[in-house]
Ligand binder design. Sequence first.
Ligand code: DGL
Length: 261
Amino acid sequence: MIGVFDSGIGGLTVVRAIMDTLPGYDMIYFGDTARTPYGNKSSKTVIEYSLQNTEFLIKQGAKMIVMACNTASSVATEALKERFSLPIYEVITPAVNYSLKMTKKSIIGVIGTRATIASGIYEKKIKERKPDAKVYSAACPLLVPLVEEGWLKKPETRMIVKKYLHPLKMKQIDTLILGCTHYPLLIPIIEHKIGKRVRVISSSTAVAEQIKAFLAASPESDRELSKNGHTDFFVSDITSQFEKTAKSVIRQHIDLKHVNL
Ligand code: DGL
């Protein structure tokens, strides 16, 4: 089983991307809805939550972990890799690699939660690979609550997205990394507001492609993963809004199970 976790609904965009890229692989999802959002919390707290989430997924039989949360990926990757020996994927490196493949002018925009943007991890990783790249970042703390609330098409959401993207548009970026797994749910609005000339990169699809490449190159890891086309969904708090948005992201019936960590 592939174990996937996020602070809430955003990681489901990663589950969907894995379902599309690796059809049939069994998955287990944990959305930490009782403690969302992670993006405004301290690194220490996010690390603690990420360790607990991973332990839960491993107990349920996960043989690989995907941190489907940029906030957790930016602050907790090292701690997880130190504590656990199974393959652990974060969502930042794949998005960086993909953006560098796509950008023509090397002027890249990054949007994410406060914690992700404050960590400076995207800029650091992009500059490690391409020192002359220009990176412009913007924290968009209002977007996660809007997505969790299911406000995916509201005029208020359009207005807020426009305001957040304006400074990046002024810098004439040609590539925009969605550095938060909640944001792919706002792709139509984001693409509209940032303009046609900007290529929008989702960390969700980028990580699914990276896992696919890893499994193709590592048959022994691939053999450990069961493939019955089954996915279990766990959350730390069940709300009707989560259920509704989750079904529209996954595009199939899902049974949410509650768990206290
Ligand atoms: N979806 C998460 C991310 O990718 C974070 C949302 C949050 O809990 O703030 O950063």
